[in-house]
Design a protein around this ligand. Structure first.
Ligand code: GLC
Ligand code: CA
Length: 597
């Protein structure tokens, strides 16, 4: 934060692979902070909270759609691509916001929603009145019958029955993969591709660093297919990427492709499509592993995850603005996850669960920490959803997915310090229940409490920053006998193969389930710089190693847990600060090593 602005600016352009070391903080302008007290968050409000975001220790912001929109899909129904929703501010505010992020060394990712527009968009209004088969009409996908493309699934199963809706003005059906008020653009029309590229350039010229490509598998339609991941869609993406490489080489494209790893891989192309893609199948499996106390769902899906080109990166997330989607699990896994995490049926929507992190884990601090370790150490770039850093709750009584998009809770004051407006005039009501309400859960209180989740997150994000292996390193699983233990190494080239020597590991973490001692071990390992400051944790860790040693002795010294213990010792040694901690670390290393021989 103290570096001169010019230095920061240079650092910002220096590394085209910046997204590999990024930690992304996802937020909704509407729900973050209201500067003019009309009940709706705005760019000026967000600007005034940038120090909070920078202090948290993330370095990239992802903003949910902030464009003019009737907001029937919370802004993903765009009616003007090149403007700011008047309730959020003006283009001048946006430019000020971008300049302010630059000064703090923060980057910005925005949404490029090109699969569809709002039906209020002038393109659609023009299309429905234009002559059939004309260029204007063909901005969208029309048909005389709703019996085309029958092999295509409906995504919003709770709201829509068909991907076709009759338009009485056009006297034809139009195609939509999401809500009926979101007609799909027709990517077979070169004019659409040109228009979309112009929109993209507009925001890149305004200074955004990355674009999340919303709903990107559905761009092109062909009869007899599922209309997902078609080669023609990939051709469009390559065209978009070529434009980036030619004119904006330091920017990034992030694919939202809710698909199996094999299919998602194609969105990286040969390193010539998207730079990043969300790892959708991993997300529910982290919850599954935790629920079942078994590492298998995680190790299994990562084993199935193909190598990706060197210039590409996964995006890892626990929660976001949507439901916890269960599309990428089997039917029985979905039933299990629904039973475990959404026994209240109101928490279910479409094929998923509309809950935030803390309520999913029933405010269990240990499980929240465990999942956050995973978020910060799985191979890829982590995305933290606003409010989850303080354990915010949700409101399953609100419609659609609004319950996870409520105002940020800044303070115990009215509306959680989000706005001075009358509570009834807020864009969405603040959470007020006794467990998660803003009087209990808020930034102000947690900033004062050194043991708060907020402080813990800050510390973990600091740890993450110190270990480039977490962003760029390879993943190697260790397989201790006990399947409740998930242990893995994140190694950069430099550290590879040092494991067997008395070297430094890039990083190691481990996630496990209930047994308290092992949980604490996780805490010890992953908070390396504070390692063994706590006497209790130290004792438990030592006990663990002794036990592992005991088992090792009993089984002839070949116990896998031992490997784990040694790895812990190695991983922490460099990072440990302070004499006591270092001494304890050494002792642990010795303890482990001694039995190993
Ligand atoms: C994406 C968004 C979701 C939206 C949908 C349709 O999946 O994440 O919020 O409803 O696209 O635009
Ligand atoms: Ca406002």
């Amino acid at each position: 934060m103290n570096a001169p602005a010019s230095e920061l600016a240079r650092a910002l352009t220096a590394d085209q692979l910046w997204y590999k070391d990024a930690v992304i903080y996802q937020l909704h302008v509407k729900s973050f902070f209201d500067s003019n007290n009309d009940g709706i968050g705005d760019f000026q409000g967000l600007l005034s909270k940038l120090d909070y975001i920078a202090d948290l220790g993330v370095n990239t912001l992802w903003l949910l759609p902030f464009y003019p929109s009737p907001r029937f899909d919370d802004g993903y129904d765009i009616s003007d691509y090149r403007n700011i929703h008047p309730e959020y501010g003006t283009m001048a505010d946006f430019r000020k916001f971008i300049a302010a992020t630059r000064r703090r060394g923060l980057r910005v990712i925005t949404e490029l929603v090109i699969n569809h527009t709002s039906d209020q968009h002038p393109w659609f209004q023009r299309a429905r009145r234009a002559k059939p088969e004309s260029v204007m009409r063909n901005f969208y996908v029309w048909s005389d019958t709703d019996q085309k493309y029958l092999g295509t699934r409906v995504i919003f199963v709770d709201a829509e029955r068909s991907n076709w809706t009759w338009d009485p003005v056009a006297k034809a059906y139009y195609w939509h993969r999401f809500y009926a008020h979101q007609p799909d653009l027709n990517f077979d029309n070169p004019r659409v591709v040109d228009a979309v590229l112009r929109v993209m350039r507009f925001w890149l010229d305004a200074g955004v660093d990355g674009l999340r490509l919303d709903a990107v598998p559905y761009l092109v339609e062909r009869e007899g297919t599922s209309n997902e991941n078609l080669p023609e869609t990939h051709t469009i993406l390559k065209r978009i990427r070529a434009e980036i490489d030619a004119s904006y080489p330091d920017r990034m494209l992030l694919a939202e492709a809710n698909q199996w790893p094999e299919d998602t891989k194609d969105y990286f192309g040969q390193g010539d499509e998207c730079h990043m893609a969300f790892h959708f199948p991993l997300m529910p499996r982290m919850y599954m592993a935790l629920g079942r106390e078994d590492r298998f769902p995680i190790t299994d899906i990562l084993r199935q995850t193909p190598q990706i080109p060197d210039n590409c990166q996964w995006a890892i997330f626990l929660r976001n603005h949507d439901e916890l989607t269960l599309e990428m699990v089997t039917d029985s896994e979905r039933d299990y996850l629904w039973e475990t995490y959404a026994s209240d049926r109101r928490a279910r929507i479409n094929l998923g669960i509309r809950r935030r992190l803390a309520p999913l884990l029933e405010r269990d601090r240990r499980r929240i920490e465990l999942m956050s370790y995973l978020l910060l150490s799985m191979p890829g770039t982590p995305v933290v959803y606003y409010g989850d850093e303080i354990g915010m709750g949700d409101n399953i009584h609100l419609g659609d997915r609004d319950g996870v998009r409520t105002p940020m809770q800044w303070a115990p004051d009215r509306n959680g310090g989000f706005s001075r407006a009358e509570p009834a005039s807020l864009a969405l009501p603040a959470i007020m229940d006794s467990l998660y309400g803003y009087e209990t859960v808020n930034v102000e209180a947690q900033s004062r409490d050194p043991h708060s989740l907020l402080h813990w997150m800050r510390r973990m994000l600091a740890v993450r920053r110190r270990h480039p292996a977490l962003g760029r390193g390879a993943l190697r699983f260790l397989y201790p006998k006990n399947r409740k233990v998930l242990a893995y190494l994140r190694e950069t080239e430099r550290y590879k193969n040092l494991f067997e020597q008395d070297g430094q590991l890039g990083w190691l973490t481990s996630a496990v389930s209930r047994p308290a001692m092992i949980e604490n071990l996780v805490a010890i390992m992953t908070s390396a710089p504070h390692l063994f400051q706590s006497h209790r944790l130290w004792n438990e860790c030592r006990t663990f190693v002794r036990q592992a040693n005991g088992t090792a002795a009993a089984t002839g010294g070949a116990h896998d847990d031992l490997v784990l213990a040694i790895a812990i010792a190695l991983a922490g040694r460099k990072a440990v600060a302070g004499k006591v901690a270092r001494a304890r670390m050494e002792e642990l290393a010795e303890l482990s090593g001694a039995v190993r021989q």
